[in-house]
Design a protein around this ligand. Structure first.
Ligand SMILES: Nc1ncnc2c1ncn2[C@@H]1O[C@H](COP(=O)(O)OP(=O)(O)OP(=O)(O)O)[C@@H](O)[C@H]1O
Ligand code: SF4
Ligand SMILES: [Mg+2]
Length: 341
């Protein structure tokens, strides 16, 4: 396997919040996240609301400082950088936000929005002429016209605004773009256009994406690999098809079963209804965090947190699940090939 572009090891982020019923004030939004992102690949990140997806995104953008763990980007730890080195690193990871209405400044023109990142990265396109020409190129790359640079965000539709957000993210020639629910505010037909655009850009530029979404159908369509989060931890990762067709963690299986549109194999999966609500991250369950909702839970699940275990290897990528008793078969699908502790 080639060296990953981005390697995350044991990343933790705690927020200090108002006291919970049990007197706890420390909310561990990320609790030991380990992940890799390869060059030019799309990693899908899924999980229920509040599980920590955006906190992970914000930490990778260095908008939050982790309490523990490391991030390595082509051998460099960005959290150890200062001054010019830090500035030049910052351009390498950019973000596109969910809401194309709230994320663009209504008082700026589209051209000013796209060129805004160059105010802090002046050396990229130093002259006004270069900047103007590059804004035109970027707008064309996202399917708009160079003359659109003069318009204000209100003059564009939601899909067009999201294209401006993508052009802004591309302005610094990043290696990784984090897309936090990039199409969930858009109509279905517009979603498809924006997803196709993202795919075209990736083919052309070789940029990597971390694609955060609640919509499993969209993730299945766009992601090469997928990571499933639950209460601040990654509980399953692997190649997208492998995870979607052969989920090993009971939580992933329940997520998949709740999305009938995913059943591309023709095998009808029984709907797995999870009992109970997502526990508060202020007072997570002992042992396995999923145990209060898991139909396979046994005594050990309350006593010992499961380590990630390899459940299969597909095309060189490991399929990992953090469970003492990973699933071996889902109705209509083939059994697990290997297990290792
Ligand atoms: N700045 C903050 N201060 C305190 N708590 C925070 C802060 N940011 C996030 N949290 C808490 O951290 C947890 C993870 O939040 P996060 O926004 O990362 O979830 P998410 O997976 O992105 O959810 P969603 O799918 O709804 O966007 C939540 O319990 C949230 O309330
Ligand atoms: S470790 Fe136990 S409680 Fe957790 S997912 Fe696996 S079987 Fe369920
Ligand atoms: Mg979020």
């Amino acid at each position: 396997m080639p060296e990953p572009l981005l390697q995350i090891d044991g990343l933790c982020k705690t927020f200090h919040v108002a006291k919970s019923a049990s007197g706890n004030t420390r909310l561990k939004a990320l609790d030991g996240i380990s992940l890799t992102v390869g060059r030019g690949e799309t990693l899908g990140l899924v999980g229920e609301s509040g599980c920590g997806k955006s906190t992970l995104a914000r930490t990778l953008m260095m908008l939050e400082t982790p309490d523990e763990g490391t991030v390595t980007f082509e051998g460099t730890n960005p959290f150890g950088l200062r001054g010019k080195e830090l500035l030049s690193w910052r351009r390498r990871v950019q973000m596109v936000f969910q809401d194309p209405f709230a994320s663009l400044n209504a008082r700026m023109s589209a051209g000013d929005i796209v060129s805004e990142p160059w105010a802090t990265h002046r050396s990229l396109y130093p002259s006004p002429r270069e900047r103007q020409a590059r804004v035109g190129e970027l707008l064309q790359m996202v399917g708009l016209r160079p003359s659109d640079a003069r318009k204000s965000p209100q003059e564009f539709s939601g899909g067009q605004r999201q294209r401006i957000g993508i052009a802004r993210a591309l302005a610094l020639n990043p290696d990784v773009i984090i897309l936090d629910e990039p199409v969930s505010a858009l109509d279905l037909s517009v979603q498809a256009q924006v997803l196709n655009l993202l795919n075209d850009i990736q083919q052309e530029l070789g940029v990597s994406y971390i694609f955060i979404s609640h919509d499993l159908t969209v993730v299945r369509h766009v992601a090469d690999r997928v990571a499933v989060m639950y209460l601040g931890r990654i509980i399953e990762t692997g190649n997208t098809e492998e995870v979607f067709d052969h989920p090993r963690h009971p939580y992933t299986a329940a997520l998949m079963s709740a999305s009938p549109k995913l059943d591309v194999t023709g095998a009808t999966r029984d709907r797995i209804v999870l009992k109970g609500e997502l526990p508060s991250p202020l007072d997570p369950p002992s042992g396995c965090r999923f145990r209060t909702r898991c139909w396979k839970a046994q005594d050990i699940c309350a006593d010992a947190a499961p380590e990630p275990r390899v459940t299969a290897a597909d095309d060189g990528a490991l399929h990992l699940a953090e469970c003492h008793f990973p699933l071996e078969t889902i109705k209509g699908l083939t059994p697990a090939t290997t297990t290792a502790g």
